[in-house]
Design a protein around this ligand. Sequence first.
Ligand SMILES: NC(=O)c1ccc[n+]([C@@H]2O[C@H](COP(=O)([O-])OP(=O)(O)OC[C@H]3O[C@@H](n4cnc5c(N)ncnc54)[C@H](O)[C@@H]3O)[C@@H](O)[C@H]2O)c1
Length: 260
Amino acid sequence: MSENRFAGKTAAVTGAASGIGEAIAIRLMAEGANVVGIDLAGEALGAMATEFGKSFLPVTADVTKEDEIAAALDAAVTRFGALDLAFNVAGASRVGAIVDLDEADWDFTVDLVQKGVFLCTKHEARRMNAGGRGGAIVNVSSLNARVPMPGGSPYATGKAGVEMFSKNAALELASSGIRVNSVLPGLVDTPLVAPVLAYEPAQAMFLDRIPMARAATPDEVAGPCLYLASDDASYITGASLIVDGGWELSNFPNFSKLAG
Ligand SMILES: NC(=O)c1ccc[n+]([C@@H]2O[C@H](COP(=O)([O-])OP(=O)(O)OC[C@H]3O[C@@H](n4cnc5c(N)ncnc54)[C@H](O)[C@@H]3O)[C@@H](O)[C@H]2O)c1
């Protein structure tokens, strides 16, 4: 970790109050950036503001509400002078088999994971354009963009949309000097998946599929996200970076387990 990699930069992080977004926000500040943390969880954001002081601006906002996102990003520009980097991380899902799934649960999930990323990217890019010095946007998708999940059709569909949307945004924004990439995490040990990981049989089934045989820490996803936003990735745009401990590779049966 470099102490000054993001010195003088301002970053927006959605979902900053927990898990991967929190890890991204904390690492950005450790590497010199100012951060506007955007989340529904105002209390947790307030605790971060107390801990991190003037380099952290907490804004309670819903990523599915365009006016709230626009206001949050305006607050960042007013406080810090510009917007250089953005990490669209906020997410959650409602599950259910397709034949039983309520329309409202589909809308909740797809609006949050997919429309939220569109609205945030739109307003982040506008403010980066206004600053005139380009920028970088990292959208957190999921391995479920490539791997469907029983009962998870709205989430997997929405996350696949995030991956393609990021490529489309990369295409449209390259001439403005704005790079857009997506990160596809596998299993990450955050409050989102804590109930599943706490159930030992479910955890064992997950780990059986992951060659590295463990979940990622939030920091192990934050690092690749920061890399894509850094100058070391200055020629990378429209890319999808899978961060999954090898999970995507493990669909073939592992016959070596029969031997032992
Ligand atoms: N944990 C995993 O295994 C995993 C794997 C792949 C992808 N992801 C994705 O990573 C992202 C972060 O997940 P996490 O595991 O850190 O979860 P998390 O639950 O720890 O954090 C998600 C944060 O998003 C916020 N949020 C939810 N809805 C919001 C809204 N409408 N507006 C603003 N904020 C909202 C929540 O309040 C929470 O603070 C999500 O997009 C998730 O889909 C997670």
